[in-house]
Structures are given as C-alpha cells and as structure tokens.
Design a protein around this ligand. Sequence first.
Ligand code: DX5
Ligand code: ZN
Length: 223
Amino acid sequence: MIIAPSVLTANLADLATDCREALDAGLDWLHLDIMDGNFVPNLTFGPPVIRSLREALGPDAVFDAHLMVENAEASFQDYINAGCNHISVHVEAVKHLHRLLTAIREAGATAGVVLNPGTPVEAALEVLSEVDLVLIMSVNPGFGGQSFIPNVEAKIRRLAEAISKQVAEGGRPVQIQVDGGVKAHNIAMLQDWGVSNCVVGSGLFNDRADVATNLAEIHAALQ
Ligand code: DX5
Ligand code: ZN
C-alpha cells in the first residue's frame, strides 16, 4: 500500500518542512491538491509553488498532482515542467479525456483519472488502458478533513475486478487510489477492497501527533 500524504492539511506557510517530515518518516509520494476556485470552491497553489517545493526537496519524491481545475488541457504541461511526476485529472472537468490522458503520458508523466463520489465507475473503465492510476474520491473535493463516504465500496470493487481482467489479458496494471477521509481506522478495509494507494491528509498532519506517530498507527492497522 502506497501512502500519499496530502499536503492540503499540512502547514502551507511552512510547506517544505512538513513535506520533509513526511519524507523522513519513510513516505515517498506527495499528493499535491491543486484547486482553482472554479471546479471546486477553494484555491490552493500552482506551478510556481510546486517548482519551489521541488527545488527544496530534491529529485527523489514522487509529486502526485491532483488537478481539481477546469481546462486541465491548458495547464497540465506547466505542472510537469514544475516537477510533477504524476498528473490526475477529473472526468467531470475535462472535455476530451482520452486525448488529454494520452498527452500527459506523451509528455513523460504518468496519468490518472479521478471520479467524484457521484460519478459512475464506467467513466474510468472507458479509459482504463490509457491510465496508470484511477483515483476514487471518497469525499466531495475541495476541503481536507471531511468524512469518508462508505458507498464508494461497490465502485472500488468493480474497478478492481476490471483491472484484474485487464492485467490477466496482458494489459497494463493500474493503481487504485482513494482520497478523502482515509485514516488508520478504515485503511485496512480499503486494502481488502483492492485499493493500492491511499491519500491521507488530516490522518497524518493533525494536532494530536507528528507524522511518524500517525504513520505508525496506519502501518499497524494494515498488518
Ligand atoms: C480533497 C483533497 C484531499 C484531501 C485529503 O479535495 O483532494 O486530498 O485534502 O484530506 P483528508 O485526508 O483530510 O480527507
Ligand atoms: Zn486530493
């Protein structure tokens, strides 16, 4: 199970320090929540901040960009140029999904497709051969610290089945990532459903304990 810390719930005034804390705790993905105040009702940061973060952290961390933006066709290259290794885009915000996913991969990044809680899994199945990752939102995007929506289970199980079939037929393996309300108390259940990559925000960056302590609790839950 890959744990991808969501920096949205970190201290954005001291982003590099919090990211370094996560990397020092043994995590190598950083989940970057890009919000445009349009597709979602919140604004975070864009390519200049990510470029500075890349310079501060060096080349090793996997920068996993979750683009919650309109017209990602126009901006995805800026995120790759700023140092992102992986780009995920929302089916609800993209006009020509297949074309965009191909363009992301041609530009040298890995590509992911994201489904909001109200979006059927079929939208991802149509492009399953074109992606490295499918991100299932288990909250409505826009804010950290929301509660996990349990009825994503059926969607995740269907997706896991479709990926197994694709791999059995010699097709590409695809990670299933879940984002929103993932904590030590529900992460083992997600693993059972077939999830291989969990975004964790408030479950890692909270006031109760440091990242390493919270991560140890998550690892204990996964055993
Ligand atoms: C929500 C973001 C998530 C979120 C995760 O729009 O995509 O990455 O901040 O935070 P928690 O784990 O607190 O739900
Ligand atoms: Zn996210």
